[in-house]
Design a protein around this ligand. Structure first.
Ligand code: PEP
Ligand code: MG
Length: 601
């Protein structure tokens, strides 16, 4: 039977594929196809892991101290029994043989099947055995990964010589939750689409999913419970609808839409080298948001004229609390700067906290771990200032990269002039240390992110201290409307069209321009074509977004008469329903635009 599941659209396009259910705690497990010739080796890896865990459990049982609880030996026996049960290791072997999944993926897939069977059990005692099974699987995974890549490693991808299963069914990942850093490792993975139960449209998981440029839906609530392993699934990334086991007619319709959307992308990509200039001749800067230095080539390819936001915190995540040292960071920043061939690279100082935890924690786990509100806690610049030596290391690394190209520093979530002053002092100290050490650097511009309403209200002071500002609309919306951006239960209230949000954005742009300072928007609003005309009307001339969004925004810029829009800006800003006012204006001005000037792509 076909079922529809509704979620939040985060990444456009249509994906059609078979569901791969992955438990949130195991999304960091490597997922890749193996070659026929590797099947035996993979089974050996599974067998070796099973033998190692059996030895581990037996030793554990033998060496139990006398004061250990009486149930422990029995529990270890249960684990040993599960370990040798054919429904675990035997069936896992089958996934390797039949599907050519790597051993870790095969084990996780079999665990998902068994976990559901446990969930359906009536008997409480038996249902609770799922936790034991989970522990055994964790031990097996650990045994398999000893000496192999950690979860921080980049996308596992196919092993060298691995068979490309491309001729067979495409796969989509279904999980309750995926932490932002785990999502990052799916760049270049086998999955052609993503569905998660939790998350808001601008949660960092959604942002990374968008940067992968494949269809994704988050906040789909029960999706991972409703969808079964291997179900056929359509992900409509434009509307947020997921269709499970579609009828042949629906499937055909979506295949058609998939082809159309690919054609549209190909058409838009022809704008790559066209400068972004409005109909009335205003030059607009379209920059890229990146998470890792490896994203820089895609930014160039998309026609970005620089990096407007390098979220440096992705270098810090999933490292079990161990932070990257100065040299490691320097190499990463230098790689991004060199890849951009002289174009500016804006490196944001580390912004951890809230939904980006230093340890591998999903939003769900964070909610339980931190009953207090992490979005209002020690995050972004607050955390950096509380870790002075880490902060100076990062500043030195960024400064050192400035010797290789144009670098700008960006400070996240500034809310107080004291934070601004302390940051500038830390930067001065970092420069002094580099000078003393004889290490080269150039003068870098320093900017503040405007992400909390307080920053807008004290903007004149901030503009005196900083060289530029960049508006982080994702957080500005969150903090203005008091809506957790990662919480799907209030996602319907997270409203970028709210008049309060739009007026704060407009005020920031106007004040920065009046002060002669450059201003950019680097939140998701910049990459949403629904806001392009309005932002241009506000005077914005610098937009930073995922590389995949640049062409569609450029198309809007090319078709907009910014002056005409500016003359009607108040109409939108004063409206109770700015979205409707903007749609009206779009109709009126589209009719007024001389057709000879309209840009056809
Ligand atoms: C923002 O808040 O708009 C922003 C760009 O920063 P991040 O999404 O990383 O919090
Ligand atoms: Mg932010």
């Amino acid at each position: 039977m076909s079922i529809q599941v509704f979620g939040l659209p985060v990444s456009r396009g249509v994906a059609i594929g078979r569901a791969v259910l992955v438990a949130s705690s195991r999304v960091d497990v490597a997922h890749y196809f193996i070659d026929e010739a590797q099947v035996d080796d993979e089974i050996d890896r599974l067998r070796d892991a099973r033998d190692a865990v059996a030895r581990e459990l037996t030793t554990l049982k033998r060496d139990l101290p006398t004061e250990a609880p009486a149930e422990l030996p029995a529990l270890l026996d249960v684990h040993l029994m599960l370990l040798h049960d054919e429904v675990l290791t035997g069936a896992t072997k089958q996934w390797i043989v039949d599907r050519h999944y790597n051993a870790e993926w095969a084990l996780s897939a079999q665990f998902e099947v068994l976990a559901r069977q446990f969930d359906d059990m009536e008997d409480d005692y038996l249902r609770e055995r799922k936790a034991d099974l989970e522990q055994v699987v964790e031990r097996l995974l650990r045994a398999m990964s000893s000496g192999a890549a950690t979860s921080f490693a980049p996308a596992p991808g196919p092993a060298p010589g691995a068979r490309d299963f491309g001729g067979e069914d495409p796969l989509v990942l279904v999980a309750n939750d995926v932490a932002p850093a785990d999502m990052l490792q799916f760049k270049h993975s086998v999955f052609t689409g993503f569905i998660t139960d939790v998350g808001g449209k601008t949660s960092h998981t959604a942002i990374v999913a968008r940067s992968l440029d494949i269809p994704a839906v988050v906040g789909a609530r029960e999706a991972s419970r409703i969808i079964r392993q291997d179900d056929w699934v359509i992900i409509d990334g434009d509307s947020g609808i997921v269709i499970v086991n579609p009828s042949p007619i629906v499937l055909e319709e979506y295949r058609f839409r998939q082809r159309q959307s690919e054609l549209e992308r190909a058409r838009l990509s022809r704008l790559r080298h066209t400068p972004a200039i409005t109909l009335d001749g205003e030059r607009v800067e379209l920059l890229a948001n990146i998470e890792l230095p490896g994203d820089a080539p895609a930014a160039l390819e998309a026609g970005a004229v620089g990096v407007g936001l390098f979220r440096s915190e992705f270098l810090f995540l999933n490292r079990g609390g161990e932070l990257p040292g100065e040299d490691e960071q320097f190499e990463a920043y230098r790689a991004a700067v060199e890849a951009m061939n002289g174009l500016p690279v804006t490196i944001r100082t580390v912004d951890v906290g809230a939904d980006k935890s230093l340890d591998r924690m999903s939003v769900n786990e964070l909610r339980h771990e931190h009953a207090l509100n992490p979005a209002l806690g020690l995050r972004a610049i607050r955390w950096s200032l509380s870790e002075p030596s880490m902060f100076r290391q990062q500043l030195r690394a960024i400064l050192r990269a400035s010797a290789y190209g144009k670098v700008r520093v960006l400070v996240p979530m500034v809310a107080h002039v004291n934070e601004a002053r302390h940051t500038l002092e830390a930067l001065a100290r970092a420069k002094q240390q580099l000078t003393e050490a004889g290490l080269p650097f150039t003068d870098v511009e320093v900017g503040a992110m405007v992400e909390v309403p307080a920053a807008v209200l004290i903007l004149p002071s901030l503009l005196r201290l900083f060289d530029y500002v960049s508006i982080g609309t994702n957080d500005l919306i969150q903090y203005t409307l008091a809506i957790d951006r990662a919480d799907e239960t209030v996602a319907h209230l997270y409203d970028p069209w709210h008049p309060a949000v739009l007026n704060l954005v407009a005020q920031t742009i106007a004040q920065a321009r009046a002060a002669g300072k450059s201003v950019s928007v680097c939140g998701e609003m910049a990459g949403d074509p629904a806001f392009t005309e309005l932002l241009l009307a506000m005077g914005l001339r610098s937009f930073s977004m995922h590389p995949s969004q640049i062409s569609s925004i450029k198309q809007r810029v090319l078709r907009t008469d910014a002056r005409r829009w500016a003359s009607r800006l108040d109409q939108v800003l004063r409206a109770e329903d700015p979205q409707a006012a903007c749609a009206d204006l779009l109709r009126v001005l589209a009719n007024a635009t001389p057709s000879s000037k309209a840009i056809a792509v």
